[in-house]
Design a protein around this ligand. Structure first.
Ligand SMILES: [Zn+2]
Length: 94
């Protein structure tokens, strides 16, 4: 989910001053545990770090994704139940 938030965000490059959209996040292993997520200015290739993630962060991201999925399922379920109820009580009027 936090993957979505940063993408397509417009930023100004501190180095060359040009504005660009973050289209793709890159990742690089810093060591056997820590991964750096970053993006690059398409004009001057300046790198910007989004975040560093180790085992704990990755575990939490997975957990959040699971919850997000569960959230969507429950919301969808409610939608269907509400529709069913409306059908039941207003069906004849539709
Ligand atoms: Zn730049």
């Amino acid at each position: 989910m936090q993957k979505k938030s940063i993408k397509n965000l417009k930023v100004n490059c501190d180095r060359c001053g040009k504005q660009f959209e973050i289209k793709k996040l890159k990742t690089k292993w810093m060591d056997e545990n820590v991964q750096r997520t970053y993006f690059v200015c398409p004009y001057c290739n300046q790198e910007y770090t989004s975040f560093y993630a180790d085992e704990r962060v990755r575990k939490n991201i997975k957990e959040i994704e699971k919850l997000q999925k569960r959230y969507d399922e429950i919301a969808q379920q409610n939608k269907e139940i509400m529709q069913e109820l409306r059908q039941k009580y207003e069906g004849s009027k539709l």
